[in-house]
Write a protein that binds this ligand. Sequence first.
Ligand code: ADP
Ligand code: ADP
Length: 237
Amino acid sequence: MAVVSLRNVGKVYPPTTKDGPSVTAIDGVSLDVEAGDIYGIIGYSGAGKSTLVRLVNALERSTSGEIWVNGQDIALMRERDLRTVRLGIGMIFQQFNLLGSRTVARNVAYPLEVAGHPKEARAARVAELLDFVGLADKAGSFPDQLSGGQKQRVGIARALATQPSILLADEATSALDPETTHEVLALLKRVNAEFGVTIIVITHEMDVIQTIATKVAVMDQGQVIERGPVFDVFSNP
Ligand code: ADP
Ligand code: ADP
């Protein structure tokens, strides 16, 4: 079953200046991500990858086409229904986006607070998540006391807090050195294998795709120019 399915999706940004041009960021993209996939989306800067992620997470509205997430077309959905859809999607980011004034534990607890989980349930869940990402001993630390790899592991714990079925990773290893990148990718593989979370990995790095993805779509100028199993797309005949 496709958990994310794009049908001829377009996104045109309005002009940013009075007489400026509008920008076609996504131009007729169709894409099926099946349950359990680790789906890579690769392309150069400006190809439209981040816009695609923000469309799937409904942080941005499409200008045409259908976007099916967990069986619902979110393209026409009202804002208040989108909140429920977003609860089923976790996100991790290049700059980690942790709250500097909160401890590691309270960063991970944050989505649970927003979702209204009671304090005792939060504590148990946070402990479990920190254990999973190997940071139980850092619960009381602040983000600026952590390495980049540790910060991203906190990001992953936070993203998983509400038990999403989909995880969107937007350049999640681009700020990390190669060794740390491989540690984080190994953790994402465990997230996929142990929890069955479908993962969409946005990157400009071929190595990331080859390390973790099962399928890949290559984007250029807002379009998918090639797609398929990683082995087929990147093998040189
Ligand atoms: P990528 O993630 O592959 O670098 P983006 O989705 O960020 O690509 O950008 C695709 C295109 O859309 C680029 O031309 C970019 O300048 C433009 N763009 C992105 N966000 C906006 C925005 N908020 N307003 C106007 N143009 C944007
Ligand atoms: P508050 O001041 O809001 O009560 P706390 O630091 O007591 O903040 O806890 C916030 C959340 O962080 C709790 O819901 C709990 O889940 C989690 N938490 C706090 N400390 C730890 C810890 N040492 N280990 C695991 N989880 C923790």
